[in-house]
Design a protein around this ligand. Structure first.
Ligand code: FCB
Length: 444
């Protein structure tokens, strides 16, 4: 009997030990990663459109401005150590166009040296870089010419992108041309809450959408011509749209239309050349665009939440809500890991055979009471999709540290590291240790 109890005790302690093999396990080649963006962490982005935008009262909550942000520009060594501490294999960050090319055709040597140093530090730490070329911000000169609606935009973006490839990112394999084209355009041209601050209707989105498609494709062709071995994609922000429960079947139709327009139209156009979406009574687009097909080597996915969709009589003809009683983050987004599984399955169906990189997934959670569970539940959903054949290559948590969250200012706290904005001290949250343990075990 005594032996039996001892054996039982031994068995229990073995299964409870952290050396037990994980129940949710990832391939040994899986690329664990964290993501940031230049304007949100570096500080001093004085030649950008966002800098100007922030100076106008009402544009950012509590009148905040990005200012010195997290002071990352002056803390490359320290922040590389933060990355090493997490044991990530890859780091997604953006190079700031407004710093590299503050005036059209004039490149800034300090910025070039700076980003080269950042890459050298990453390489020395054994961390693979993934560079985003445009993450919501534009140089002031580019905005003054009309931003993505300017017909010189594709050539200007391609020129900047190849400049970065030749002078900064030589040897970098993974590139994101544009972060979240749909968020960038809808907030800027429809919502009026990001530059250029237009409050147009749905039909008015078409011109900047086409401008951005052409800009991406121009950069893609120019970069691949120089270095065919690199991989280029975009970070698409995918959401789940579900009809609110009820009798009205039109809510379901609308949810499907929004799903097409928001999630797939842009990415599909880069596969086929055909831009196709329609929103009932608002807009219909079905247009072939030359030279943009076959310009994505992988599909980058940012996933955060879902929207419940309901028709309305006022423009734009629909509104969004969060299901009653749902658990939410500090910014009110529903925590919905099943949606991650759903968008991954859908992405694999839309783009058969394409590699998928999770370029962002994260939660605003200042108290850090939900983050570890958020990460685990989303990794579980992603793992399930992978076991069903969805080719996910890596996962970037958003974000390495708290940062300037656009029009929400510094309030939302997405970081694994907590930022004290008075001293710019970084402090690991408990979830940082949890995430790095997951990385080390390759599962949980
Ligand atoms: C994404 C953006 C990123 C950050 C997170 C919270 O939409 O790409 O810059 O704002 O949301």
């Amino acid at each position: 009997m005594k032996t039996l109890i001892t054996l039982l005790g031994l068995f229990l302690s073995l299964t409870a030990s952290s050396n037990a093999s994980p129940t949710v396990e990832f391939p040994s080649s899986f690329k664990w990663c964290v993501a940031t963006a230049a304007h949100q962490i570096e500080g001093g982005n004085t030649n950008s459109d966002w800098w100007d935008w922030e100076q106008i009262p009402g544009h950012v909550k509590n009148g905040e401005r990005s200012g010195a942000a997290c002071g990352h520009w002056d803390r490359l060594e320290e922040d590389t150590r933060l990355l090493s501490g997490l044991h990530v294999r890859q780091y997604r960050f953006s190079v700031e166009w407004a710093k590299v090319e503050p005036k059209q055709g004039r490149y800034d040597l300090d910025a070039i040296i700076h980003y080269n140093r950042e890459l050298a530090l990453l390489r020395a730490a054994g961390i693979e870089p993934m560079i985003t070329l445009q993450h919501f911000t534009l140089p002031r000169w580019m905005r003054e010419q009309g931003g993505w609606e300017w017909d010189g935009a594709p050539a200007a973006f391609a020129k900047y992108s190849t400049f970065v490839l030749d002078n900064i990112g030589f040897g970098v394999r993974d590139w994101i041309t544009i972060n979240e084209p749909m968020v960038h355009l809808v907030l800027g041209y429809l919502g009026g809450v990001q530059p250029p601050g237009k409050k147009g209707d749905l039909a008015s989105l078409k011109a900047p959408v086409i401008g951005l498609l052409k800009a991406h494709a121009a950069a893609y062709h120019a970069m691949k011509q120089r270095h065919p071995e690199i991989r280029i994609g975009l970070a698409h922000h995918l959401r789940v749209f579900d009809a609110i429960p009820g009798w009205n079947p039109l809510n379901g139709v609308l949810a499907e239309k929004l799903d097409r327009a928001w999630n797939w139209a842009f990415a599909e156009a880069l596969e086929t050349g055909q831009l196709r979406y329609d929103i009932p009574l608002a807009t219909e687009v079905n247009e072939f665009i030359e030279n943009i097909a076959h310009t994505q080597d992988f599909i980058g996915i940012n996933y955060y939440t879902r929207d419940m969709v309901e028709m309305t009589l006022e423009a734009p003809g629909f509104k969004f809500s969060v299901p009653e009683g749902a658990e939410t983050s500090d910014v009110g987004w529903e925590i919905y890991p099943e949606g991650f599984y759903r968008v991954l399955k859908a992405a694999a169906e839309h783009f058969p055979g394409k590699q998928i990189l999770i370029t962002e997934n994260g939660i605003a959670d200042a108290k850090d009471t939900k983050r570890s569970k958020f990460i685990e539940s989303h990794l579980e959903a992603m793992n399930r999709a992978m076991r069903e054949g969805v080719p996910v290559e890596g996962y970037c948590y958003w974000s390495l540290m708290d940062n300037f969250e656009w029009s929400e200012g510094f309030t939302p706290r997405f970081g694994l590291y907590e930022m004290d904005y008075a001293t710019l001290a970084r402090k690991a949250r408990p979830s940082a240790a949890h995430f790095s343990e997951i990385i080390l075990r390759n599962g949980f």
